[in-house]
Structures are given as structure tokens and as C-alpha cells.
Design a protein around this ligand. Sequence first.
Ligand SMILES: [Zn+2]
Length: 388
Amino acid sequence: MTERLSPVEIMGALVAFPTVSRDTNLPLVDWVETYLAGHGITAQRWVDPDQPHKAALFAHVGPWEEGAVVLSGHTDVVPVDGQPWDSDPFTVVERDGKYFGRGTCDMKGFDALAIWVLVEGRYRDLKRPLQLALSFDEEVGCTGAPPMIVEMQNHLPKGSAVIVGEPSMMQAVTGHKGGFGYDTRVVGFEVHSSIMHTGVNAIMAAAPLIDWANHRNAENRAATPSALAAMFDPPWTTCHVGMISGGTAHNITAKDCRFAMDFRIVPGEAKERWRDAYFEAVREVEAQMQAVHPEARIDLSEQFHVPPLVPEPEGEAEMLVRALTGDNAGHVVSYGTEAGQFQEAGYSAVICGPGDIAQAHQPNEFITVAQFEAGHGFMARLLDRLSE
Ligand SMILES: [Zn+2]
């Protein structure tokens, strides 16, 4: 039997693993697996075959039946490179009523509370099961959770209400936008710029596609939002180009241009609509390029896809969190989370976790002791409820 650690001790252990998304999270997964095993909980892992240095972990306590409450967190954190930290980012330091450390807020604080409550649940007479789901690669486009969600359903009785513990100041967040993005590679044909009419300038071919985004944004902004869209800020779907590169010299028609086209769609609008519209614009430009040089082309590859979290009126997860927090207001956010992915897989899902998203990803990231304790209280009430 392993010692039962406090939530703060568990957070300290988790933060000490520098699980930046590009790096391995296996030492952290090993630690959690061993800790849970010490309390008689058999966790299962899903190793990404394309990245065998990363794994998700999930576990179940209580009656072996469907209907668990699922506590979902990610194990990866954003880098600390170039950030001015006043203390070691991978050591939790308590100062001025705050716990400092990378991931304390986003979201190893919640992970620690979830691990704590799972172990406590193991020693209680739970009437309803509780599950833990720890993913990876959340910070690089929420790509680790979907295969984990499939594996969980293969190995555990299906849970019903998912609480994704992204920092929400312990409020119930019931909706967020969806997002997806394309790496767009324009392949032109190089000639001297003095005879540019015989070449294909990839940068100049990219320009109308980027301007296509400007036009869509202007149209979307001018349109009257649906009731669902009106909850969001801004209340419309946005198209955004955040990165571009290309060309080699001012007097050569650019052979390459590559840019990132991202969409953030309001719930209620279909991803397919925006995808198809963009693809059509791309094919139109490509046809013009190929009229000059047949080998010119535009390649698209999807970089990420995060479904929206659609508010569920009277949804099970929302009702549970409202009962545990006393928060009855409606909250939505504009960033994507794994909650939409659970919802897409047929779970009721809500976001509720300690800490303020404003502190996430920052140098000197922290969670206040008060928020951490609020999360602790939430978990204790959850245990009581599951034992009723
Ligand atoms: Zn997060």
C-alpha cells in the first residue's frame, strides 16, 4: 500500500515532469500508473503508435457499470523557452497565496485533484463509478484525446458525464467554438520576374486565398448571428492566417508559398460548409495557376480538428457541475478543448476547473491556493454525491 498523497503533493509530483508537448510524457504516466496501482487501481494506457514516447492513461473506480463521471485532463504543457521565470518552472513554489509552476493552472492542478479523488473513491463505497482520463498533445491541437476516447470505450464501461478541468475559475462552461486548420502549400513555377507572365508566383497566388478569408470575415461580421452564435465573442465564425512563408528573391517568381489557414466556427455551423468553401476557392486559384504551368498546384493538409462544444440544455454534465458549484450562470469560451471531442463521441460534457485561463501559458504561471482549494472542495462534494 502506497501512502495517500495530498492534492498539493500530487501536483508537485506532476509539475516536476517537464511534459512539454514536443517531449515524452511517459515518466509522468509511469508515476501516475504506479501511484494508482499502489492503491489497487489498475490504469490502462494508450500509446500513440506514431509517437511511442507519448501515452494517454485512463482508469475506473466504483461499480463496474456504465454511467461514470469522467474527469478529463491533459498531461502536456506549453514550453517555457524564452520566458522570464522567477523560479524553476518545474518545481511548485508557494508564495503570496499562489502555487507557481508550469501547468499548475493549465492543467496539472486539476489533474492532481482528479488523481486524488480517484484514489479517495477507491476507499469509499461508491454507488456510481468514477473515471480518470489523462491525454497528451492537447496544447498542439487536441490530437491526443480522440484515440484515447475510442480506447476508453473499448476497455471501460462507457461513462456518461465528462468534466474537462480546463481553468474556468470553477464555473460551468457549457460551450466553445470548434476549430480546424489547413497547412496550405502553394507550388508555383520559377522564372525571372521580368517575364513573370510565363511563371507562376506562389506568393501572388496565395494572396487571393488570404483575401478570401478577409471577405468571409467581413461577411460573417455583418450577418445577424444565430441565438447560439450570439453567446460567443465574437459571435461569428472567423478565418485566420497566422503564419506565412515563401519566395527566395525579389526578382524571381516565388516557387513556394506556405500559409496556415485556421477556422474557428460557432456551434451550429457545419465544419463541412467552411471546408468545402475554402477548397473551392483553392481549386479555382489552382486552375488559374495550371493554365500557365500545368505542374503548379496547391496542396492542403489538415493540421487539427477540434469540434465545438455545443451547450446541452439540461445536459447531465452541466447539471452535475451546477449542483456541485452552485454556479447557475451560462458561460462560453472562444478557445477549443477536449470537451467537444467527448461530446462528439456521445458523452455529455462540460468544462469546469480551478484557476484562471489568463494565467495559462504565461511565465510565472500560477494557480491561487484559494482556487486550488475550491477545486479540492468540489472533488470532495463529487465523492459524496457518487456515494449517495
Ligand atoms: Zn489546457
